[in-house]
Design a protein around this ligand. Structure first.
Ligand code: TYD
Length: 228
């Protein structure tokens, strides 16, 4: 209980300062989904498409390749032991540094599209599962952060993602079993529900489709936004 209060106060203090200095002055789109849903592939495809269509694009991702991102990957691979709340703080620290670095990159271009492979929705889904905190607790810790204009959620089932991961690669041992994926998926659904109620723009794309079909669906969902 005491730890909970301290954590909350710490986050409040961080959050209260965030909106003053951290903003992204460009267009901001995020891909989200379970491990294996295809966020990295779709981020790369959309980045190439935007570039080929003459738009300035800044592809990026979380966890980042910075200091905190390195620490996070060590924890996720099980190389470093860390309490779930400490991992939660690491994601927060990584996100703050991420936005700060993006700011200077954005200012060098004329209204670029920042395209991120994961952002705060991952945090609301994965850290919900990992810390057992209420969604509202986690949501408060994110207040003051720049919001994406659009988040595209690649809706692939835990089973589909698990099978894809088994076939293709090794990522986070912490989140890489079917029970964990099921809980994270539930976390995504509740977080999406909350963010939509809070007025955020979240598009859902059927993540069981082929890579090209998902790309085409994404383009048609985003066409109005790019034609503005
Ligand atoms: P992943 O997309 O697999 O990154 P990479 O391939 O570069 O290592 O992301 C790593 C994991 O981090 C993934 O399982 C989702 C998780 N994650 C969180 O738990 N919280 C967050 O806030 C973010 C951004 C990611």
């Amino acid at each position: 209980m005491v730890i909970d209060t301290i954590q909350r106060q710490m986050f409040y203090r961080v959050s209260n300062n965030i909106d003053e200095d951290l903003k992204i002055k460009g267009r901001f789109i995020v891909f989200e989904g379970l491990d294996g849903a295809g966020t990295t592939t779709q981020t790369a495809l959309l980045a190439n498409w935007l570039d080929a269509n003459g738009m300035d694009v800044i592809p990026t991702k979380e966890p980042t390749d910075g200091l905190w991102g390195g620490i996070i990957r060590g924890i996720l691979k099980g190389e470093v032991d860390a309490h779930p709340l400490s991992l939660c703080h690491a994601f927060m620290a990584d996100r703050i540094d991420h936005i700060q670095k993006l700011q200077s990159r954005v200012l060098k271009l004329d209204s670029p599209v920042v395209l991120s492979d994961r952002y705060h929705l991952s945090y609301l889904a994965y850290q919900q599962k990992d810390t057992n905190k209420d969604l509202s607790w986690l949501y408060v810790t994110q207040q003051g952060l720049p919001l994406p204009d659009i988040t595209v959620f690649l809706d692939a089932s835990p089973y589909t993602c698990y099978e894809r991961m088994k076939r293709s690669r090794i990522t986070s041992e912490r989140f890489e079993n079917i029970e964990a994926l099921e809980r994270i998926y539930e976390g995504y659904i509740s977080a999406i529900d909350l963010l939509i109620r809070e007025g955020q723009n979240i598009k859902v794309v059927d993540g069981s489709l082929s890579i090209n079909e998902i790309h085409e669906k994404t383009l048609s969902l985003l066409s109005d936004y790019f034609n503005k």
